[in-house]
Design a protein around this ligand. Sequence first.
Ligand code: GLN
Length: 505
Amino acid sequence: MNNLLKLSALELKNAISRGDTTATEALEAYLHEISVQDGALRAYNEVLVDEARDQARRIDDMRKIGESPGLLAGIPIAIKNNLCTTWGRTTCSSKMLANFRAPYTATAVARIRQAGAVVLGKTNMDEFAMGSSTENSAHGASVNPWDLSRVPGGSSGGSASAVAGSLCSAALGSDTGGSIRQPAALCGIVGLKPTYGRVSRYGLVAYGSSLDQIGPMTRDVADCAAVMNVIAGHDPADATSLDRPVPDYLANLDEPIKGLRIGLPREFLSDALDPEIHRAIENAVEVYRSLGAEVKEVSLPHSRIDSGAGGELSSFAVACYYIVATAEASSNLARYDGVHYGHRTERDAADIIDLYSRSRAEGFGDEVKRRIMLGTYVLSSGYYDAYYLKALKVRRLIKNDFDEAFETCDILLCPTTPSPAFKMNEKTADPLEMYLADIYTISVNLAGVPAISIPVGLSSRNLPIGMQLIGGVFREDVVLRAARMFEKASGICRLTPPPLGRDAE
Ligand code: GLN
């Protein structure tokens, strides 16, 4: 493997600005790696070679004439395929948008380019970001570089697989119920879901608009902070982006937080949790204790996880999420009818309704159809109060629990996922099983607060385990510093998967 691929994004940027290498050389190293490995990982839907080369050349030219090319100068970054770009296609990994060329570029993507990043391509995802394994993609599933028989998680699975497999230096994902953090945990990388409103959603294809956020997926915490410095901030084009100053997330990253107050949500450390993950989380708590953190139990009663008589799990948060998210999705996805947007049937349609219905039947995959039907049902006049309105009330109760916990804690610490990466096809037959993959991440989106997933170790099968650190509203700075404290003290950082082609079992 080319040594440039082993550098973190910030190290690569520094190597380029010192003149040790060039943006073009770094890009070619990544393009070569993609050509060799992406056949196995299937992380990309589209590699945007020409545009990437143009951008890398621009960065190198700017350096030659002494101009500063920006904070992410020359860093090859992959973009989840639900972020609009005027070059290449934005398919959301759906047949519905197979040929969609966006008329504008997402603000987050425009910002990283402005900062000198080189956009490598569009990564695979669960169709319209609905799923936890990337198996719901019209392009076929992506693969976990740690074990080629396992999923990378989802829905930002292509981005996670690309970062972990050294097919990009960093990536952008989106997170509605866990889609950045869960794949980050399963692939052994860092992923941050920012506070709702911290990063502009302009140009992010909408799934659940009151939950969606764009965020970084990186090899380490410093890279994550660097990408946040670039993408965070107000955008007049997104009315839900908040006009509040953005701190420099890199500036104090290495300063430990004195007397860090950590809350352990009792509800998230129950028997439902895989014993190896439980142990890894306990070890992480010990690391923080040894650094002088104050650790105490807290309660998030409305996020609790119940196990039924047969061991089946349930949670208010998951139930609430699948009402709110599907309701919003059914409305957001109404525009894909073959006329306004998207795939149009080639068969003769009797009338306009028939045209819509045939186009939608052909263009959407099964999971997307299931969500649209669920969402339409919970919003229908007869059931609105019983489901949608009730879910909004539960959402408030969940948020209140978080507000209360943050009165006495700086961060909450818990697992990111109930188990390490699962096998391909293991959960595809039972949608509910798949929904439970997000049991620890979903309430964070409902509450709108920021959370990071960082690696805390490996399972006995050599699969990554992730830890989630949740912060109060707009406290990405605290979350990042706490994550960095762990990375430094534990030495668990930049985990490298075994060479490709070897399964862990
Ligand atoms: N797995 C969850 C879902 O399917 C979350 C997806 C996401 O965050 N985009 O809705």
